[in-house]
Design a protein around this ligand. Sequence first.
Ligand SMILES: Nc1ncnc2c1ncn2[C@@H]1O[C@H](COP(=O)(O)OP(=O)(O)OP(=O)(O)O)[C@@H](O)[C@H]1O
Length: 204
Amino acid sequence: MLELRNIDCIRGARTLFSGLDLRLQPGQLLRVQGANGAGKTSLLRLICGLLAPARGEVLWRGERLADLREEFGRELVYIGHAAALKDDLSALENLRTAALLGGHAATPAAARAALASAGLGGRETTPARLLSQGQRRRLALARLLIGAPPLWVLDEPFDALDSSALQWLRELIAGHLGRGGIVVLSSHQEVALDTGLAPMVVAL
Ligand SMILES: Nc1ncnc2c1ncn2[C@@H]1O[C@H](COP(=O)(O)OP(=O)(O)OP(=O)(O)O)[C@@H](O)[C@H]1O
């Protein structure tokens, strides 16, 4: 369903990895590991079509990303390491805007429900600049609950989360995999996750 064929990734003068092949099935998790600067974020961005490989191709449902663009955008949610929030918008506005940019219009009720699930009930109208780091991560991750995109690409999703948020995210990921979704994540921490299919690991 998601396939990388013979991928080379070069940033600046450095080859970060070359000849990378992998194929992920519905319900499968890919963990991307590596030291700082090894190329984890680059690989995630490449999978999202935000970075072009120097060689090789990424395929989604058997078609090259380059030929898919908009449809692929709706099937994907990418949560970067730094939560991409607009500081002056409220939590609710941030979530609805992020969902809309990803091709999913969220009703106020759906967005409120997602915020409540993320532990941000009562914070709907709080401007993002007044949220703590962990609350900002929760807000960014609430996007996972809107529109049911099958492919989740998460850069260091466990960072800054307290134990209850960590448990919430673990359950969210397990549920998504159980429904046949695909999750690609980078993580410095070894967070135990319930996965049906054996997870795949790429160590850069
Ligand atoms: N736009 C760019 N131009 C040139 N080099 C870049 C660019 N972006 C990233 N790099 C370099 O590519 C390498 C890999 O960066 P990347 O962010 O993918 O690593 P990472 O494994 O995610 O690191 P970390 O664990 O620190 O987040 C780094 O050496 C970085 O300096």
